[in-house]
Write a protein that binds this ligand. Structure first.
Ligand SMILES: Cc1ncc(COP(=O)(O)O)c(C=O)c1O
Length: 391
């Protein structure tokens, strides 16, 4: 008997990057500092928990609407109009189990075997897996490293073939920490429109922006709403990663196919969890400000300390919870540097090349998961490592 299916055996092996190597140290009881996993360090705000608890206590325990609770979808529609400058109706929203599920549903609904999907590189690795599971072919378009990983329209356009079906955008970008400007997004949109392509827009970090940076939803640009799948989640900004909730906003014409996937994989998202998400949207938003101020403090620590280390050049992330310092002056591959930092400093970082070959020469440092003092300790250890590299 053939096992597993071609769908599985032909897709890239699942990798958790450096975490797998760190696990071995942790199993030996070694205290490692985690600068690799993109997990918020805060507890979910109380009013959000209360929203879910009240729904549960009130008996919201039975099957619900496949697309999501009507009240939550109404709140999402309002949010999209107020914050993202895009108008959708309730039947153009599908509530999902986080952004992971949203992107899976879109890929499965949109991609036929052999279709090509362009990913900007460095990319978010999960998107590779999903394109491959859907039978599609990943085509990489490197971002412009010399301009701090800016969108490079010529590079994207050069990769378009008659088989190109979709381009993926992650904005704010993981792993680079970029928040794309209106001009960059317009150049991206022009290509999508000129070649009649679909766009998957991963906006999981939409609210994690600093220093007045403006996050612009690509669907708000002229001609883009009708070709864009705008994906959001409560994961990062509301510290709800374990809750598993997000949503897809897309033109009504795409929804029957998307629902065909989500109805079959999860039926619908847990109904009382959805009421927590609704409380997140309808409740006070100053909780996000407080968390962001804390993230920014840790970001500034990482950037200033990394820039003092020999052979390290760290751009200031405009958004997300990641710094992506250039460590190419060490003369070593990013995988080697990440491994040595793990072995010698017991600090887990992620090799830049985990996000594609174009990311080699960089490390991804998550400053959003560990407390300030732990990050400081990690940086002290890493400073010693980079000082030794220079000798
Ligand atoms: C770019 C990006 N997309 C999607 C996800 C997954 O989000 P969720 O936990 O909502 O599934 C992450 C998580 O780190 C991410 O960085």
């Amino acid at each position: 008997m053939k096992w597993p299916s071609d769908r599985i055996s032909k897709s890239s092996p699942k990798s958790f990057g450096m975490y797998e190597k760190a696990r071995k140290l942790m199993d030996q009881g070694i205290d490692v500092i985690h600068l690799e996993v993109g997990m918020p360090s805060f507890d979910t705000p109380q009013h959000i928990k209360d929203g879910a608890i009240a729904a549960l206590q009130g008996g919201l325990v039975h099957y619900g609407d496949f697309a999501g609770n009507a009240g939550l979808r109404r709140a999402i529609v309002k949010r999209l109009a107020d914050h993202n400058a895009v108008n959708f109706s309730e039947n153009e929203i599908v509530v999902t189990n986080g952004l992971t599920h949203a992107s899976y549903a879109v890929m499965m609904a949109a991609i036929d075997p052999g279709d090509e999907v362009i990913l900007l590189e460095p990319y978010y690795p999960q998107h590779v897996n999903k394109i491959e599971l859907a039978g599609g072919k990943v085509v990489l378009a490197p971002l412009d490293k010399a301009r701090n990983f800016a969108i490079d329209p010529q590079t994207i356009e050069a990769r378009i073939t008659p088989k190109t079906k979709m381009i993926c955008l992650v904005n704010p970008a993981n792993p680079t920490g970029r928040v794309y400007s209106r001009e960059e997004l317009q150049s991206f949109a022009d290509i999508a429109i000129r070649h009649d392509l679909l766009v998957l827009s991963d906006e999981v970090y939409e609210q994690i922006v600093y220093d007045g940076a403006e996050h612009i939803s690509i669907a708000s640009l002229p001609g883009m709403r009708e070709r864009t799948f705008s994906l959001f989640a409560f994961t990062k900004a509301y510290a709800m990663d374990g809750w598993r909730i997000g949503y897809i906003a897309a033109d009504a014409r795409y929804m029957p196919a998307i629902l065909k996937i989500t109805m079959n994989d999860v039926a619908h998202v847990n109904v009382f969890i959805q009421e927590g998400a609704r409380a997140a949207l309808e409740g006070p938003q100053d909780v996000i400000r407080e968390m962001l101020d804390d993230d920014k403090r840790r970001r500034d620590l990482v950037v200033s300390r990394m820039n003092q280390m020999s052979g390290v050049n760290c751009a200031t992330p405009e958004g997300t919870i990641y710094a992506y310092p250039d460590i190419s002056a060490t003369g070593k591959s990013s995988a080697k540097v990440a491994e040595e930092i793990l072995e010698q400093c017991h600090v887990v970082t992620e090799a830049g090349s985990f996000y594609g070959a174009a990311g080699d020469g960089h490390l991804r440092i998550c400053f959003g998961a560990e407390p300030y003092e732990r990050i400081e300790e990690a940086l002290n250890r890493m400073a010693r490592y980079f000082a030794d590299c220079g000798e």
